[in-house]
Write a protein that binds this ligand. Sequence first.
Ligand SMILES: [Zn+2]
Ligand SMILES: [Zn+2]
Length: 277
Amino acid sequence: MIPLVDPAADHHIHTRYSDGSAGVREVIESALRKGFRRIAITDHMPLPFKTRYAVSMEAIDAYREEIRRVREDYAHAIEVWMGLEMEFLPGFEPWTEKIAAVGWEHAIGSVHNIFVNGQIGMVNGTRAEFGRLLKGAFDGDIRALCTNYYRHIGRIAASGMFGIVGHLDVLKKHNRDGAYFDETASWYHALVMEALDAVAAASMEVEINLSGYDHPAAAPYPSPWIIAECRRRGIPILLSSDAHRPENIGRNFERMGEILNEISRPEPRRIHASGIR
Ligand SMILES: [Zn+2]
Ligand SMILES: [Zn+2]
């Protein structure tokens, strides 16, 4: 059975506290106008290194306080969860544990950065950044990059710090038409299956992040075949827009119908032995 998803709930929205364009009130009002009954505000957690997107550690209390205060004004009409988009940072576990311990109503665990051989590289930044990571840290070996990425996802699940996996296969952001790898390759399939087993064992949820339709990938995160595998394992799924502007709240939610159609198709997905392009 297909797990039910609530189209009137958006579980991943950014504000000005991190890299979003609007304040908390503006986000809530926009969600209300669009008919949402529940949203999660999920700015990027503070990071122990410089980025262009994280909330600063000094602003975390103000962030929580503002959500708590502003949502009261709308409590009769919309539920607003105090969330955070967190990351698993190998070597910085105490940092992340401290932030997780504050307590969040929606703690997303995402991989944006890969740590390898003392280097940090963004997987979902620009295409140039992805290319630099692939060449610089993995000597051009896309299979090694994917393996490392899904190992990070496995550690997110094993850590017990997060409730939901964010944009599970965002490493395909620049992989349109298999530019870097073939998703039907058996090795890629095996990496995803192993990660999903870890996610299921940790009783985590997986978001269907529909921002991917507006990215070069032009597809949801994760791909429909992965959503079908979540369903097979009984992993709960949630919808999210990953909006960074109020007008993007609920973006592409209408495409859930085509995703559900695709995963309901009876024929099994073919898996190929190789698949590096
Ligand atoms: Zn993210
Ligand atoms: Zn996000």
